[in-house]
Structures are given as C-alpha cells and as structure tokens.
Design a protein around this ligand. Structure first.
Ligand SMILES: [Zn+2]
Length: 292
C-alpha cells in the first residue's frame, strides 16, 4: 500500500489508519497509477520520509511493533505525520510527555471490584514517583506513592476491556501490585505511557550512568510474553484443578498466577530456572514449534 501524498509505502494494517487520517492511500497492485504519481513515489519513499518525520525521536518514545494494539499504532502515525512531533523543531509549548511532570485524571479499576473510578495521577521525574489520590479531595493525602524504580506499564486493551486499557505494575511489600487504568482520549493515554517511559528512562540513566541506549531502552517497559488461563492443582497434587490467570514475565523469569485476570495481586509466582545457570525467557519460538 502507498500513501501517495506522503510518498511512503505502508503495510495493510497501517494503510487503514492512514486512510482514516485522510492521507490518500492507494493499492500498489489494484489501483490505477498516473505517471506523475509513480515519479513522485520514486522521488519520495520511506527513507526520505524517515529523514524528515523521524529526525528526532526521544530515545524513550515507544515505537510500536506489528502486533501492538491499535491505539499505539494509530498514535504513532498521528504523532509522526500529523503532529510532526519528531521533526526536530523546538516545540512550544513543549510536548507534554517530555517535561518530566505529568498530571491528570485516569479511570482506575477498584482494587476489589470491577468498577472504574476517576482518580488523579501525578508523575514526577524529579522524585521518580507516580502518585495517585483516592478521592477528588486531595487534602487527605495520596493513596499511593509508587517508586518508578520497578514500575512497568503495558497496554492491555483486551484484558481490561477498553481500547485504551493500560496495566501499571510495581513491586509492593510482598506482591506485585497491578493497577488497571484508561483514559477516553487515545492521544492522552499514549502520552501518559510515554511520560512514564520518559521517567523510567531518566531513572535508568541515573541508576546505570554508563549504560548505553541499546542496553537501557529495552528495560524501560516490557510487554508480557504470554498470558492466559490455565488450570493448576495444589502442592499435594490431590487438590482439584482450579482455573488461574497466568502471566509469563521475562523480568526475573517469572511465571505469575492470579485468581483472575484483573486481580490487584498475584496468588503465587514461579521462577523459571536460575540466571546463574544461564536461564532466560525470550520472545521467540523454537524451530518447528507450532504456533500458540
Ligand atoms: Zn504497518
């Protein structure tokens, strides 16, 4: 597929997004191509577009992959081509996710129920914290002040049941604590995500001053490698099988299981192998493996 106003070639998935943004899209094979358009596409092309539209992408900014959710891919295309956020020109006012401070209201799922309530969140890169308040009344103080140190954020539209659903996880006292949030605005939720990534990146730069971007960027946030229901029995293996939600997390080779998929905390965790014996968990399929 080709966006013949921008002069770039895109995949089928992205062509749909470009069409919605009314950048004109043609099929390379099925549509009629005037000679002038062919000449224009020859003179333009993806490399030239990258030089212009991807001149200055902040290292922490998430580049969506093919399998990423729609909100990430759509906002990437809007940020790149429509808002020209990566063109390298100084923006005034500065882009919200680059300022080191982000404040706003997110819908947050209750810890023990399925209701989403509006909660105020404040992200501070200076303090390396994400804070949220339980009531609109802030005088009672924050409900939680979360350290950026071991915080993760990952889009989970299917699991949360909202196209902008974001899972924020962090190390609690003896459990991982999961927050499930969304914002109605697609630009807003992706800005939150990249603001969190910016703060994580700043933290990693402080914690590992000699780390290169190649080493640090993959540590900013991570998507879980696999999730879903399985049934498990107990330690005696005489217990009845119970349905649990399992999450495979590459960080520390963890297999977590939860009573249900939107629980605040896990019931248990298994560590797969040991790092000293060379175990790691990666997103790849062995040769001849069947798809999952
Ligand atoms: Zn694409």
């Amino acid at each position: 597929w080709a966006c013949f106003k921008l002069g770039v070639f895109v995949c089928l998935n992205c062509s749909g997004i470009h069409r919605n943004l009314s950048s004109r899209v043609k099929s390379i094979r099925l549509d009629f191509w005037e000679d002038e358009l062919v000449e224009f596409m020859k003179s333009a092309g993806n490399a030239k577009a990258r030089a212009l539209y991807e001149k200055a992408i902040p290292p922490f900014y998430y580049r969506p992959q093919e399998n990423d959710c729609n909100v990430l891919r759509e906002q990437w295309i809007r940020a790149k081509y429509q808002r020209m956020e990566f063109s390298g020109e100084t923006k005034y006012p500065p882009l919200s996710y680059t300022t080191g401070f982000y404040e706003g209201i997110l819908w947050k799922k209750g810890k023990n129920n399925m209701q989403f309530q509006k909660r105020k969140f404040i992200l501070s890169e200076r303090e390396f914290t994400l804070t949220y308040y339980n009531k609109q009344d802030e005088s009672k103080g924050p409900k939680a002040v979360i350290s950026i140190k071991d915080l993760n954020a990952t889009f989970q539209p299917q699991k949360i049941g909202h196209p902008h659903g974001l899972q924020i996880s962090y190390q609690g006292d003896d459990h991982i604590r999961n927050l499930y949030v969304y914002h109605e605005g697609s630009e807003e939720i992706v800005s939150w995500y990249n603001a969190i990534r910016a703060a994580r990146y700043a933290y990693l730069k402080t914690a590992y001053p000699t780390g290169s971007n190649e080493e640090l960027v993959p540590k900013i946030t991570r998507n879980y490698l696999k999730e879903g229901y399985m049934e498990k029995t107990g330690p005696l293996q005489k217990e009845a099988f119970k349905k649990r939600w399992f999450i495979l997390d590459s960080e520390n080779r963890k297999l977590l299981y939860l009573r249900d998929k939107l629980d605040a905390e896990e019931l248990g965790v298994l560590f797969i192998g040991t790092e000293s014996n060379g175990y790691s968990i990666k997103a790849c399929a062995p040769k001849h493996a069947r798809g999952n």
